[in-house]
Design a binder for this molecule. Structure first.
Ligand SMILES: *[C@@H]1O[C@H](CO)[C@@H](O)[C@H](O)[C@H]1NC(C)=O
Ligand SMILES: *[C@@H]1O[C@H](CO)[C@@H](O)[C@H](O)[C@H]1NC(C)=O
Ligand SMILES: *[C@@H]1O[C@H](CO)[C@@H](O)[C@H](O)[C@H]1NC(C)=O
Ligand SMILES: *[C@@H]1O[C@H](CO)[C@@H](O)[C@H](O)[C@H]1NC(C)=O
Ligand SMILES: *[C@@H]1O[C@H](CO)[C@@H](O)[C@H](O)[C@H]1NC(C)=O
Ligand SMILES: *[C@@H]1O[C@H](CO)[C@@H](O)[C@H](O)[C@H]1NC(C)=O
Length: 329
C-alpha cells in the first residue's frame, strides 16, 4: 500500500518534470529587427507560437502601457484609438496596422495564452514610422558664381524623417576632394574656386528606410572672370580678339566686293554717293552771290578779296548747306 502511494508520487513527479520540459521549449517567435513603416502605410507584426500545434487562444497587445487589443477565443476588443486601424489574427497573435501614424513609433509588447496546453508567452516588437522623403530641391548661396574666385555652397532640402543625402555631378557620385567638401550630414556641397567645367548638372539624392527621391538637375552657371589674368583667361581673350579681327576683316572684304560689283554693274547706282559733293558745289554760289563780281575783284585786288572772304564765312556757309541737306532729307 505504502509502496503504491510512493510509486504514484514518483510517477506524478516524473510526469510533472516531463511536462515542464515540454513547456519551456515552447516560445513566441517575433521579429528581431526594428520594423520600419511609412506614415499612411501598412505594417504587420508577424508572430507565431512554436511548436505550431499550440495556438494563441487569448492575448493582449500593448503600446507602452496602453492596451491596443485584447482577445479571448476569437473575441477581440480593440481600444478606441485603434478601432478599424488594426486587426489581430487569433491563431498566431499577429497584429496588422492598416494605416500608420507617425505617433505609432515605439515599443509594443504582447502576452498570449496558448491552447490546448495553457502556457503564457511574452514577446516584444519595435516599430519606427517614417515620413517618406519629398522631391529634394537644391539651392546655391551664390547666384552668379565667378570662375576661380567663388566658393559655392549647394544645399539640398527635402522633407521626411531621418533623411540622408548624397550628391552627384552628372552620373558620378561626389565625395570629399581638394575642391569639394561635403558637410558632416552631407546636406551641403561646397565647391572652392568654381570652374566653368563645374557646370554640372548636379543632383541631390535623398533617402530614408522607407523611401528615396532624386532632385531635378541643377546647373551652376559659372561666369568667367574678366579681371583675372590667368593663363586660361589670356588664352580666352586672345582667341576672342582673333575671332573679332577675323570677323571685321570678313565684313570689310564683303563690303568691298559688294561695292566693286555694284559700281561696275551700273554707273547710275554710283551717283547717290556723289550727292554730298554736289551739295558742296551748290554751296559755292550761295556763298558768293555775284560770281562775276568776285572774279573782277579777284583780278583787281587779290589781297582785298582774301580780306573780305576769310576762311570762316566759307565754313559757315558749308555748314549752312549741310543743314539744308539734312532738312531736305
Ligand atoms: C529598419 O531600419 C533599421 C535601422 O533603423 C534597420 O536596422 C532594420 O534592419 C530595418 N528593418 C527592416 C525590417 O528592414
Ligand atoms: C518622390 O517624391 C514624390 C513627392 O513626395 C513622390 O510622389 C514620389 O513617389 C517620390 N519618388 C520616389 C521614387 O519615391
Ligand atoms: C575675387 O576675389 C577677391 C578677393 O578674394 C576680390 O577682391 C575680387 O573683387 C574678386 N573678383 C571678382 C571678379 O569677383
Ligand atoms: C557661400 O558659402 C561658402 C561656404 O560656406 C562661403 O565661403 C561663401 O562666402 C558663401 N558665399 C556667399 C556669397 O555667401
Ligand atoms: C549649409 O550651408 C548653408 C548655406 O551656406 C549654411 O547656412 C549652413 O550653416 C550650412 N550647414 C552646414 C552643416 O554646413
Ligand atoms: C563635374 O564634372 C565635370 C565633368 O566631368 C568636371 O569637369 C568637373 O570638374 C566636376 N566638378 C566637380 C565639382 O566635381
Amino acid at each position: 500500500m505504502e509502496m503504491e502511494v510512493r510509486a504514484g508520487v514518483v510517477l506524478a513527479a516524473l510526469s510533472l518534470s516531463l511536462f515542464s520540459y515540454c513547456c519551456s521549449a515552447a516560445s513566441l517567435i517575433t521579429p528581431q529587427n526594428i520594423l520600419n513603416g511609412t506614415v499612411g502605410g501598412e505594417i504587420t507584426f508577424d508572430i507565431s507560437v512554436d511548436p505550431v500545434d499550440l495556438t494563441a487562444s487569448a492575448g493582449t497587445w500593448k503600446f507602452g502601457s496602453n492596451v491596443v487589443v485584447t482577445w479571448t477565443n476569437s473575441n477581440p476588443v480593440y481600444t478606441n484609438d485603434y478601432k478599424g486601424r488594426v486587426e489581430v489574427t487569433f491563431a498566431t497573435g499577429t497584429l496588422k496596422f492598416n494605416k500608420l501614424f507617425a505617433t505609432d513609433s515605439g515599443e509594443y509588447t504582447v502576452t498570449i495564452t496558448t491552447a490546448p496546453s495553457t502556457l503564457n508567452l511574452n514577446g516584444r516588437v519595435e516599430l519606427k514610422v517614417y515620413d517618406p522623403v519629398s522631391v529634394p530641391t537644391i539651392q546655391s548661396n551664390v547666384t552668379n558664381p565667378v570662375e576661380f574666385n567663388d566658393t559655392v555652397t549647394l544645399t539640398c532640402t527635402a522633407s521626411g524623417s531621418d533623411v540622408s543625402y548624397r550628391w552627384f555631378n552628372g552620373s558620378s557620385e561626389l565625395s570629399d576632394t581638394q575642391r569639394v567638401h561635403l558637410s558632416a550630414d552631407n546636406r551641403n556641397l561646397t565647391i572652392s574656386g568654381v570652374l566653368r567645367s563645374d557646370d554640372g548638372p548636379f543632383y541631390c539624392y535623398v533617402y530614408n528606410h522607407v523611401s528615396k527621391n532624386f532632385s531635378k538637375p541643377f546647373n551652376l552657371d559659372v561666369k568667367c572672370d574678366g579681371n583675372s589674368l590667368t593663363t586660361a583667361g589670356i588664352v580666352a581673350i586672345a582667341v576672342c580678339s582673333v575671332l573679332l579681327v577675323l570677323a571685321v576683316t570678313a565684313l570689310v572684304v564683303f563690303l568691298l566686293i559688294r561695292h566693286r560689283r555694284s559700281s561696275t554693274g551700273s554707273s547710275k547706282s554710283s551717283s547717290p554717293t556723289t550727292k554730298p559733293e554736289d551739295g558742296l558745289v551748290y554751296s559755292t554760289p550761295t556763298f558768293l552771290k555775284e560770281p562775276g563780281d568776285r572774279k573782277s575783284k579777284q583780278n583787281a585786288d587779290p589781297n582785298a578779296q582774301y580780306a573780305n572772304i576769310s576762311k570762316q564765312p566759307q565754313v559757315q556757309s558749308n555748314t549752312a548747306t549741310e543743314y539744308a541737306e539734312l532738312r531736305r532729307k
